[in-house]
Ligand binder design. Sequence first.
Ligand SMILES: *Cc1c(COP(=O)(O)O)cnc(C)c1O
Length: 419
Amino acid sequence: MPGGVSSPVRAFKGVGGTPVFIRSGAGCRVSDIDGNSYIDYVASYGPMIVGHAHERVASALAGAIHRGWSYGAPTELETQLATEVIAAMPSIQMVRFVNSGTEATMSAIRLARAATGRDLVVKCIGCYHGHVDGLLVQAGSGALTLGSPSSPGIPAAIAASTVLVHYNDLAGTETLFGKYADRIACMIVEPVPGNMGVILPQAGYLKGLRKICDRQGAILIFDEVMSGFRVAYAGAQSLCDVRPDLTCLGKVIGGGLPVGAYGGRRELMQMISPSGKVYQAGTLSGNPLAMTGGLATLELLRKPGAYETLEKTSSDLAAGLARAAGVRIAINRAGSMLTPFFTDDRQQAVENHEQAVACDTQAYATFFHAMLQGGIFLPPSQFEAWFVGLAHSAEAIGQTITVAKTAFGAVAAKRAAGQ
Ligand SMILES: *Cc1c(COP(=O)(O)O)cnc(C)c1O
């Protein structure tokens, strides 16, 4: 297995050292094969919002497995999960299930191109939308130019169908739409980016994108694979009060099983095969186990007070980290997603990719390993969000903050020693 892993960030390249191999999880904790236990903030990169091996989800899955686990025919479970998604998000009138977030964004872009008859895709630097060829793209000779591949194996011609702008840069986005005017099929954006660390949208930014897309006849795609059912049940779109044309979902809607989805206005979604001509398919799409995991997880999230609990726990954690830090950090938090950025002396806030990558990744690595040593499992990169879930108790948060004091101390000591 390349790097010993099935997905790159798991190999600890961002922090050095050897990854822990997990044997089991329960609630907010995971245990490794060496017998160590950790309070977990990786949460499978977001899906495990109700905690590991939750009794209700486990029994739903156990019940489902005895009825068989894949048919290649429709089931009522898909209708039920589709109903929940449509009820949650007013921008979604029809939905198609797929197996991953990557499939969702890939398919949404195909649909946007078919609907507009245009080719170009606008993407923000630092936003991640899965490993779709056309979305693994970096700025060419600066933003506002056609992109170049950020991975070998992606044809330059495909990268050149993506145009990049800075996140939170409404003026830049205006300029770009001016330049490429009627060639732009869609803009895809994480309404609350979590894949360069958590970045918050500035007031009016997302509404501004909606206006620009409307004026230019371009499709606005919100990639809520991470933020959907996470920052709020109805996603980031409910917080900013913007209706995207298409929404991509994943992570929480599968509750830790492989699920993605994309959905939006009826007349757009009806262009998807077999209603329409835009082809998109999947042998295991809408798989009964995946649908069951999603349904059981969403049911727990609909219980009164779930998001208030997530908010309280997460704000307690953020406040505790701020108090414990003896070094300069900027904590960005959207509900139960947060990132403490190890900023340098000149930075007050982290509001885009440029400012995120200017942070001290060495300091994060030191902090990460001290936390791991102290029984806290964090994402092994400065540029991944930490995820708080319903299973994180006040005691777990308290313990995290106690260990963080020592870990911040390790960062300060290393800096003082000039390392
Ligand atoms: C995780 C993620 C994806 C990709 O989802 P996969 O299931 O890993 O393919 C896409 N977009 C966003 C915003 C994500 O966080």
